[in-house]
Design a protein around this ligand. Structure first.
Ligand SMILES: CCCCCCCC(=O)SCCNC(=O)CCNC(=O)[C@H](O)C(C)(C)COP(=O)(O)OP(=O)(O)OC[C@H]1O[C@@H](n2cnc3c(N)ncnc32)[C@H](O)[C@@H]1OP(=O)(O)O
Length: 128
């Protein structure tokens, strides 16, 4: 019952993903329950949005992975009750096992509010 994508998780984000060329994309609108500071989305949940979107780029290609490292740069506060677009893509694959991924959150109007980079490690699907 994944916090990011399961439709059955009552407190989950219920994200749905689509590939558009080499970009994986989802949309999300944060509610009051997702706030940190008043009116703005919690930074940890923003990181979860990006982690999940980068993971799904791989998952949609049938690659089983786990996040092993992630860096998040918060440039603009992410307002709640606002339609967000989240995108991810692959920048490099090392030794056929380590995937260097990147992602961003785009506000209405096109500005990038948050950028992330992360490393994902391919694992044996039997491990999860
Ligand atoms: C549908 C999609 C839903 C996805 C949900 C969202 C994704 C997530 O949030 S996953 C949850 C968070 N992540 C985790 O809990 C991961 C926890 N970590 C692990 O379980 C293990 O470290 C695991 C299985 C990934 C790798 O373990 P293991 O196979 O033993 O790796 P290990 O032997 O330590 O390292 C393998 C190689 O990778 C390298 N490596 C390990 N970590 C890193 C790193 N962070 N950066 C670069 N290289 C690394 C090692 O140096 C090693 O290199 P070499 O082969 O040359 O010696």
């Amino acid at each position: 019952m994944c916090f990011g994508c399961s439709p059955a998780n009552p407190i989950g984000l219920k994200l749905k993903f689509k590939m558009d060329g080499d970009i994986c994309r989802t949309e999300f609108e944060a509610g009051e329950e997702h706030q940190g500071w008043n009116g703005y989305m919690h930074g940890g949940l923003i990181a979860a949005l990006l982690d999940e979107t980068m993971a799904w780029w791989l998952w949609l290609k049938d690659i089983s992975i786990m996040t092993v490292e992630m860096n998040t740069r918060y440039s603009i506060g992410v307002p709640i009750k606002t339609r967000l677009v989240v995108e991810s893509w692959c920048e490099e694959v090392k030794r056929d096992r380590l995937y260097l991924m990147a992602g961003r959150i785009i506000l209405p109007g096109g500005k990038t509010a948050v950028k992330a980079t992360a490393k994902f490690m391919k694992i044996d699907p039997a491990q999860i």
